[in-house]
Design a protein around this ligand. Sequence first.
Ligand code: DX5
Ligand code: ZN
Length: 221
Amino acid sequence: MSRVNVAPSILSADFSVLEAEVAKMDKAGATFIHLDVMDGRFVPNKTFGPETVARIVPYCGKMLRDAHLMVYEPLAAAEGFAKAGAELITFHYEAYETEEERLHCIEGLRKLGVKVGISIKPATKVEVLDPYFPLVDLVLIMSVEPGKGGQAFMEGSLEKIAYCRKKIDALGRGVYLEVDGGINHETGRLVVEKGADVLVAGSYLYGHDDYAERLEGLKNL
Ligand code: DX5
Ligand code: ZN
């Protein structure tokens, strides 16, 4: 029995047949579907809005709709994504300046009825997450600079994952530990060894004929 969730990122999917691209990951056994939202400010690229989420909801099956907001003012953006069908919304620690603003964001996301995630970029120290472990459902460690798919995994994320695993185990409450960026069979094994239980994978899965086999391989690391 695998304990790892695989979250295909639609960023690497063919958007002209997005519904089919999503459905095939559900059929292949993905347990999350990862939705990368970029605003062109927090990161240089822009991706999609809530209408794209609404478009794929009927094709997601049992996959948890996991929105990763790489945007400033994530709470303001979240409402539209929650209404469109996102079930878990992750915001970036770096999107806000103060703890008060982050706590307000978490509270606001709860009011929208979604699960709440918090993420840090590679340059951010993992200890900044300390106050948030008891308040969230997911912690997302970025193992590449957010902004685009297909980048190389950064080994500096491994110690952060181990740190989060200890903190989460000490809580005595389930909090997902997700890793995003440069995940393939080898790097997937490294992060699972450190305690990750949700693996985001974009370019490793999409665009490969053997995506189902690759997905199965990641689930069983
Ligand atoms: C990067 C995104 C990732 C990205 C992962 O900003 O958050 O989810 O799509 O892509 P790969 O797996 O190709 O690194
Ligand atoms: Zn992502």
